[in-house]
Design a protein around this ligand. Structure first.
Ligand SMILES: *Cc1c(COP(=O)(O)O)cnc(C)c1O
Length: 361
């Protein structure tokens, strides 16, 4: 159920997202206890759609080493809000961005000799070496590390990192990538001071961490992989019943008439749609909670409204519906929603960054 903080929102908004900042901090503490190393929390993409600055304010008391972002603009936003800690951009940047990176004291990641050379020429100092150990997305290949040896000698990186492609799969690739990372670092002219490899899935599987820092993302925001360490849920997503109507046999619901009543059915219309981040593909497969009971979505989710079957659920206009969260003994997690519509929970979270306002508690 929504907290007292959301009452004002209930009065003026159709749908809203409640973010439990206390749970974010507790999830971060659980990861520190597990890794026994400082956190480099990944707050890219507006902290996975939950709101960059509120999330960072919740994490600041835990004294993280710094923050991880994907873009220069995200780093600039953190500096503008007064954050003084290191800010690492883990994605590649272009030389046209180097001036702004230096002006905001951000730390870029480079993975080839040309980029390192341009960085040095631009007057850049602090940077991390991105090593590709199998993700094949960015960074210098572990088995071509010699190609950056000269550049690294001229401009030594303060850190080096790699990223696992299958941290939630127990298929031996994490161990293989770790060994490639060790080999590549050993082949550098000197080992950088800060070495880091682990995202959320890897942190919970490798306790304590053998490296200097750990880079959690999704676990902080309440999504876990079912491993031994589970995060507390962080996000709840609510809407209101704005219409109730009774359908006869043969009446269809929503665009393209993908659902048709085969018996007398009572349908409630919720004030939430895909423009609020509630995916269109949940039509006819997802469900919501109303009065502590599960109501199935009928028909296609539209931009602004979603219809659910409430034939057996006493409810009235103005009642709450929970799309993600707890209501009585029932719960719908971000993973449940993702599974229902064939997406990853990462996409569900970052997709919430749309029209529905966020409320923090
Ligand atoms: C996004 C990201 C992370 C965090 O991953 P999670 O699976 O959300 O914990 C860590 N490292 C890098 C390089 C990333 O891009």
């Amino acid at each position: 159920m929504p907290s007292a903080e959301t009452r004002n929102v209930t009065a003026s908004h159709r749908a809203w997202i409640e973010v439990d900042l206390g749970a974010v901090a507790r999830n971060a503490r659980a990861l520190i206890a597990c890794a026994r190393k400082p956190l480099l929390p990944m707050v890219k993409a507006d902290a996975y759609g939950l709101g960059l600055l509120p999330i960072v304010r919740a994490l600041e008391p835990l004294d993280p080493w710094g923050y991880g972002v994907a873009t220069v603009v995200e780093g600039e936003q953190l500096r503008a809000s007064g954050i003084q800690r290191p800010i690492l951009i883990t994605s590649p940047t272009t030389p046209t961005e180097f001036g702004r990176i230096i002006a905001s004291r951000l730390t870029p990641s480079h993975g080839d000799a040309a980029a390192i050379g341009s960085w040095l020429a631009a007057g850049g100092t602090d940077w991390h070496l991105a090593i590709d150990t199998g993700m094949h997305r960015a960074g210098v290949r572990w088995d071509e590390i010699a190609s950056v040896a000269d550049a690294v000698r001229k401009s030594p990186p303060t850190g080096a990192h790699t990223h696992f492609h299958s941290s939630e799969l127990d298929n031996g690739t994490m161990q293989q990538q770790t060994q490639r990372f060790r080999d590549a670092v050993a082949a550098l002219p000197a080992a950088p001071a800060l070495l880091h490899t682990e995202n959320s899935g890897a942190i919970v599987r490798t306790s304590p961490s053998p490296w200097s820092l750990v880079r959690p993302g999704v676990f902080l925001y309440g999504v876990g992989s079912g491993a031994k360490l589970q995060p507390e849920p962080v996000v709840q997503f609510f809407a209101q019943i704005v219409d109730i109507h009774d359908l006869n046999v043969g009446d269809s619901v929503s665009y393209d008439a993908t659902w048709t009543a085969t018996k007398s059915t009572r349908v409630a219309t919720l004030s939430v749609g895909y423009a609020d981040g509630y995916r269109r593909s949940l039509g006819n497969v997802g469900s919501v909670l109303i009065g502590g009971r599960r109501a199935k979505i009928v028909g296609t989710v539209t931009m602004d409204m979603t219809m659910v079957d409430v034939t057996d659920i006493p409810c009235a206009r103005g009642d709450l519906a929970t799309m993600i969260g707890k209501d009585g003994n029932e719960q719908i997690t971000a993973e449940d929603v993702a599974t229902a519509c064939g997406l990853s929970p990462y996409e569900i979270l970052t997709g919430l960054n749309a029209r529905a306002p966020r409320v923090y508690r």
